[in-house]
Design a protein around this ligand. Structure first.
Ligand code: R5P
Length: 277
């Protein structure tokens, strides 16, 4: 059975359909003091908990779902479509935790296996005590793209060039390139232009996540005379005013997957996840 976290119900339903497994009608509630509670009303041989940890509350709910699942199933698999805190994979200043490791250790206690979709670095899997695999859903981002003129697939930094290449390969045509990025602060980045000529071309920007939108909007500011600009990402977090920043930057369309369920979640990561289940 598939057990959805409350923030991952679309993806869980898509995964249940993909695998032809029952979708459990989990009950989510809160006590008067604000503490969360869940109820898993069914049992099965295997429980697949599908929960993006998009907030601290979602982290708590995931641990609760795992614990309830353990009592209702022989095997518990945890799917983290989006793993929160994964970008905190080192202490940035002395005295800080490796938050990704802390989360991974907590999540490992309640599961037999973990799958996570396009984490910021695949190495985050090493933090889990349970076996962990990274799922690549990037190819799906080509699906909503229209017919493109002289397409150029650009990543905002060298670390995301593999994603841009995967989307280009799935689209079936076009060049790839990347920008040089320097992060100034949590909300500010400096981007150096790529060598590629963007004049009159349809540009597709590809990244693992859009959080504040600073990276994408800074990259767009470096484009010279593009015909159209499409922004794609695996995880459309789109925090605060990110969507507005992108609109004001002149983006024609934004596409993401349903690892984080937003209006721009044009494609599902379910088929890619199902291949690992
Ligand atoms: C960082 O290297 C990531 O790949 C993303 O580029 C970054 O986290 C996006 O964050 P924001 O939208 O806040 O610039």
């Amino acid at each position: 059975m598939i057990l959805p976290g409350s923030a991952s119900q679309d993806l869980a339903a898509a995964l249940a359909a993909e695998l032809d497994e029952p979708l459990a009608a989990v009950e989510y509630d809160r006590f008067a003091d604000g503490e969360q509670i869940v109820r898993v009303p069914e049992s099965a041989d295997r429980a697949v908990v599908v929960a993006s940890t998009v907030s601290d509350a979602a982290h708590v709910q995931l641990l609760q779902l795992q614990d309830a699942a353990r009592q209702q199933a022989d095997e518990v698999v945890t799917v983290l479509p989006y793993m929160g805190y994964a970008r905190q994979d080192e202490p940035f200043e002395e005295g800080q935790p490796v938050s990704a490791r802390a989360m991974a250790k907590a999540i490992s206690t309640g599961t037999d296996r973990v799958l996570t979709v396009n984490p910021h670095e695949d190495a985050v899997c090493d933090f889990f005590d349970a076996p962990c695999e990274s799922v690549d859903a990037a190819g799906r981002l080509a699906e909503p793209l229209p017919d493109l003129t002289r397409p150029l697939f650009l990543s905002p930094d060298a670390g995301a060039i593999d994603l841009a290449e995967t989307v280009r390969d799935a689209y079936g045509a076009g060049e790839t390139d990347y920008f040089e990025k320097h992060r100034v602060s949590d909300t500010e980045v400096e981007i150096q232009p790529s060598d590629a000529d963007t004049t009159g071309r349809d540009v597709v920007l590809v990244d693992d996540i859009i959080a504040t939108g600073s990276t994408m909007s800074s990259a767009i500011a470096q484009l010279s005379g593009p015909s159209h600009i499409f922004v794609t990402c695996i995880h459309p977090m789109l925090a605060a005013s990110a969507r507005t920043k992108l609109a004001n930057a002149g983006v024609d369309a934004v596409y993401g997957t349903d690892t984080i369920e937003r209006a721009v979640s044009a494609v599902s990561a379910a088929p890619a996840i199902a291949e690992h289940l």
